[in-house]
Design a protein around this ligand. Sequence first.
Ligand SMILES: Nc1ncnc2c1ncn2[C@@H]1O[C@H](COP(=O)(O)OP(=O)(O)OP(=O)(O)O)[C@@H](O)[C@H]1O
Ligand SMILES: O=C(O)c1ccc[n+]([C@@H]2O[C@H](COP(=O)([O-])O)[C@@H](O)[C@H]2O)c1
Length: 203
Amino acid sequence: MRLGLFGGTFDPIHLGHLILAEKCREACRLDRVWFVVAGAPPHKPGDRTTVAHRLEMARIAVAGHPAFEVSEIEANRPGPHYSVETLEAVHAERPNDDLFFLIGADSLADLPYWREPARIAQLATVVVVNRPGIDLTAETSLPDFGPEAKPLVSVTIPPIGIASHDLRQSRADGRSIRYQVPRGVEAYIEAQGLYQRRATPQQ
Ligand SMILES: Nc1ncnc2c1ncn2[C@@H]1O[C@H](COP(=O)(O)OP(=O)(O)OP(=O)(O)O)[C@@H](O)[C@H]1O
Ligand SMILES: O=C(O)c1ccc[n+]([C@@H]2O[C@H](COP(=O)([O-])O)[C@@H](O)[C@H]2O)c1
């Protein structure tokens, strides 16, 4: 099958992620898209919302989509998690599947500095999606991973100016995040009290 892997910290998952995945599913005729929730992203150390919360929000967000599912492949392994290792593991388990690795334009800019980027581009077709503020038209912004690499695919979506860090900041400031995350995710965030500013301890 044609299997899309979409990795992210998803802290929290938002409509930008969902629109990216849906547009890639359609453009690349993917049978399934796995939302691979990063347990311990190599580049984002420090305090994170627990992986249990991030998995649950992702599950709420994809519920009801027949082709979307949440993968615990990284969440359940001790980190840090490198995408090349995740792709190697999926390839070893499903050697006949055609793998697609979905990323936003900001991640593509970082990809050359990831662990074994050329191997990533051999194991999967890298599918890059535009993101506001990142210029993909410059020749230099498209990395070349050598002759063994599968050609990069570019998918254009309506630019979505939503980012998880803005949502976390909005919550901390007491501002609304409605319509930027699915309603069920918003309700979960409220019920669990996520991203609220901690009361500063009295001196
Ligand atoms: N609005 C968006 N448009 C296009 N791609 C996006 C968008 N938001 C996230 N992505 C892509 O989704 C993947 C996972 O993103 P991630 O979970 O880090 O969300 P984020 O919004 O970038 O988070 P943060 O603001 O905390 O860095 C990355 O490849 C990223 O480029
Ligand atoms: O493998 C790496 O070296 C690597 C370095 C940075 C990011 N990644 C992956 O890229 C995906 C998107 O990361 P992020 O921070 O935008 O959520 C997520 O699956 C990360 O695990 C992977």
